[in-house]
Write a protein that binds this ligand. Structure first.
Ligand SMILES: [Mn+2]
Length: 394
C-alpha cells in the first residue's frame, strides 16, 4: 500500500495580508497528480485543514475541490482536525463523507476505532487522533472510558497524559487484531526534538507543549502534523510540514510530503516528494535607494519580500516606493544605521523642558525630515487643546 502523508494545509490563511487561496489550490490540487502518478492508495491529512475554526465560504469551497480531486485521482482520504480547526465543523458530515471515501476522524470518543483499508496483504488500520487540548480532552477521554474499555482517569492536564491515554486505547484495539494488521496513526502535536517556525500557534499548557516521541510506540507509522517544516524524528515518526511557507522564517524550507510504502511486514520505505513553490520568499537589507537600484536584487523582484531599511532618516512612503520595484513586498522594518536615531534616548530626557506643541512638532520633523506646515501646526494645536479640555473634565 502507498500512503501520502501531508498536514497543515491552513486553507484560507493569508500571508501578510495577501490572499493565498489560489496558491494553496494550485499546490494542493497538484497532489492529485502525485496520487495518480505514484498510484497512491491513501492520503492522510494530520490536522490544520483550515486556518480557522470558522473558515470562509471560499476556503471551504477550495478545500472541497482539492479533496474531490484527490479522491477522483484514486485515493481514499483520512483527515483529523488540528489546533486551528473546529473538530465539530470539520466532522459535520463524517458518516456521509465516509461512504464516498473521505474519512473525517474528529471524535475523541471514537479515536480507537480505525478506518480499515485493505491491500493484497490484508487490512491497514488508520487511527485519527483529533488535536487534544489537554483539559477538555481529559474530560472527553474519561467520559468515553466505557466505550473504549479503558482507564477511567487521566491524571495530568498535559499533552503527554492525554496522548498517552489515546495511544493506549489505540494499542488495545490493535493487539487482538493479530500480526498481519498494519497500523498508521495521525496526530497533531509538538513532539520533543522537532523544529518549530514562526507560523505555528503555540499549544503550551503551563509552559509545556511537547510530548516525548516514545508515547507513539507500537504502531508502524505516525503521521504528525503541527510543525510547519518537514522533518524526520525517527524512521516511523515524521512531520510532513505545511505545503506552503506561512512566515518568513520558512524561507529556507523545501516544502514536501512523505510517500510511504507498507508491505506485509509493515513500513518498508519512506520517500520525500518536494512541492512546487508558487512564489519564493526573500529577505533584504539596505537603504531604500540601494534596494531600488542595486542589480543584485533583480532576482527578488518577483518574491514575497521582507525589507529592512537602514536609512538614517526614515524615507517617505517607503512601502509604496518599494512596491514599484518589488510588487510583492509585504513587510517592512526600519533599523537606521550609524545615525543619531540608533542612540537610545530615554523618553523622560527627550521631553524634559519642552512643551507639548514643541514635542509634537519635533515628532513630525523626525519622522518626515521637515517641519509641520502652517495648517498642520494649527491642527496639532487644536488636537492638543482638545486633549487638555478632556483631561480637565475628567
Ligand atoms: Mn499548523
Amino acid at each position: 500500500m502507498r500512503v501520502l502523508h501531508t498536514s497543515d494545509w491552513h486553507v484560507g490563511r493569508t500571508f501578510h495580508g495577501r490572499d493565498l487561496l489560489r496558491d494553496q489550490e494550485a499546490v494542493l490540487g497538484g497532489l492529485a497528480d502525485l496520487v495518480s502518478d505514484e498510484r497512491v492508495d491513501v492520503v492522510v491529512v494530520s490536522g490544520d485543514l483550515y486556518d480557522r475554526a470558522v473558515p470562509s465560504g471560499e476556503a471551504v469551497e477550495t478545500c472541497v475541490r482539492v479533496l474531490s480531486r484527490l479522491r477522483a485521482a484514486g485515493a481514499e482520504i483520512v483527515v483529523t482536525p488540528g489546533n486551528h480547526d473546529s473538530a465539530a465543523r470539520v466532522g459535520a458530515f463524517a458518516d456521509f463523507a465516509s461512504a464516498g471515501g473521505l474519512h473525517l476522524r474528529t471524535r475523541i470518543s471514537r479515536l480507537h476505532e480505525p478506518v480499515l483499508i485493505d491491500d493484497e496483504h490484508g487490512p491497514v488500520a488508520f487511527y485519527g487522533i483529533p488535536y487534544l487540548e489537554p483539559d477538555p480532552a481529559r474530560h472527553a477521554l474519561e467520559a468515553s472510558a466505557d466505550v473504549a474499555g479503558a482507564a477511567a482517569r487521566v491524571e495530568a492536564r498535559t499533552h503527554a497524559a492525554v496522548l498517552t491515554e489515546a495511544m493506549n486505547r489505540i494499542r488495545a484495539d490493535i493487539s487482538p487484531r493479530g500480526e498481519q494488521v498494519r497500523s498508521v496513526v495521525l496526530a497533531h502535536a509538538f513532539v520533543t526534538g522537532g523544529d518549530s517556525s514562526d507560523s505555528e500557534r503555540s499549544i503550551a499548557v503551563g509552559g509545556v507543549e511537547d510530548v516525548p516521541g516514545s508515547v507513539f510506540g507500537g504502531v508502524d507509522y505516525v503521521a504528525l502534523g503541527h510543525l510547519h517544516g518537514p522533518q524526520r524524528l525517527d524512521e516511523h515518526l515524521r512531520y510532513s510540514g505545511s505545503p506552503l511557507a506561512y512566515s518568513f522564517s520558512e524561507a529556507a524550507h523545501r516544502k514536501s510530503v512523505w510517500l510511504l510504502e507498507l508491505d506485509a511486514g509493515g513500513l518498508s520505505g519512506v520517500e520525500r516528494r518536494e512541492l512546487p513553490v508558487p512564489r519564493r520568499l526573500a529577505t533584504v537589507r539596505g537603504t531604500l535607494e540601494d534596494l531600488l537600484t542595486a542589480a543584485e536584487h533583480t532576482e527578488h523582484e518577483d518574491c514575497y519580500l521582507s525589507a529592512t531599511l537602514t536609512d538614517e532618516v526614515r524615507p517617505l512612503e517607503p512601502m509604496r516606493r518599494l512596491q514599484e520595484r518589488f510588487p510583492h513586498a509585504v513587510h517592512l522594518e526600519w533599523q537606521p544605521e550609524g545615525g543619531r536615531a540608533t542612540a537610545p534616548l530615554r523618553y523622560s530626557e527627550a521631553v524634559r523642558g519642552r512643551d507639548d506643541q514643541t514635542i509634537a512638532k519635533g515628532f513630525v520633523a523626525d519622522c518626515r525630515g521637515s517641519d509641520p506646515t502652517e495648517s498642520e501646526r494649527l491642527l496639532l494645536q487644536e488636537a492638543l487643546r482638545a486633549v487638555d479640555i478632556a483631561e480637565v473634565r475628567r
